[in-house]
Design a protein around this ligand. Sequence first.
Ligand code: COI
Length: 356
Amino acid sequence: MITEQARIKIEKVSTSKLHNLAEEDLQFGKVFTDHMFVADYIDGEWTNFKITPYQNLSMSPATSFIHYGQSIFEGLKAHTGQDGKVYLFRPQANIKRMAMSATRMCMPPFPEDLFLEALKELLSLDKAWMPKKDGSSMYIRPFMFGTDEYLGVKASDNYRFMIILSPSGSYYKNPVKVKIETNFTRAVAGGTGYAKFAGNYAGSMYPAKLAAEEGYQQLIWTDGKYHRNIEESGTMNLMLVIDGVLVTPKLNDTILKGVTRDSILTIVRDWGVTVEERTISVEEIVKALEAKTLEEAFGVGTAATIAQISTIGYEGKDYELPNVADRKISGKLSKYLEDYKRARVQDKYHFLEVIE
Ligand code: COI
């Protein structure tokens, strides 16, 4: 176990880039703070824990993850609270999920206590970069990849773990038009869908491009075998409100165990909303769209928090959903989550971790 603070060596920038930050005009994931965290897995153990100036990487063209894709990541956020303090939202959940992704991809999990320490140390060092406006946040990207210089197909012996910080604005500016995908597949039973594995995202890009050519910003993925049941939406978990009941696909190995998903289910159950985590067929959705009992549809994920869906396309027909302004559950949730992350309401579910 690695617990000593002193194990993280810190090399600070000589000149900060902070003066370049245009907080009024923040996009998602485009600018990065002054520092980054780096560690290496060598000879069977994690070592070289350091915070350095944010900089490019230099590596051999034979580096294994470039060829065979042993690459995983996480996404979590920190917000400026109304008291001016910095709050991390559920870091332990992301730390645990990254360990799960690592295990699936045959990679060594990064030690949990050091992970949290690195997050806190890095955020504390780059605190001046924290965006303050509602809708903005510090998007935190931990990631890990295989670093062996070897072209044989095998799990890498060596790895790099890093954390970078990106002061970010909202992911989607407007509600999205999505298409139910019944040809391509995001994940299959026994595959890697539940891991935050880079290849899951790479595989989704071509179907998303084809859908974009038809005017859809995202896809609703269906099961890989029969394309009968819905799974996720784009890079997010999917939630629907049908006749006042919040329904969402139940977790299995083709669905990412979303931290936002779990947070929302915890909150709405507490509000007394009926929740069903179950199989949802495309047929059921189309019937609900036709009967106009589908009241709300939205993607939930760390980057966008709640991405409202305005239109669902299926087999060439577009179904318009009720106005976003009339969506009671997701509307209330969006506001509550923003207030929660900024410590404007009580931390009832112990989701917040303050950075001293
Ligand atoms: C999220 O919703 O947080 C995502 O997974 C999107 C991210 C890959 C940008």
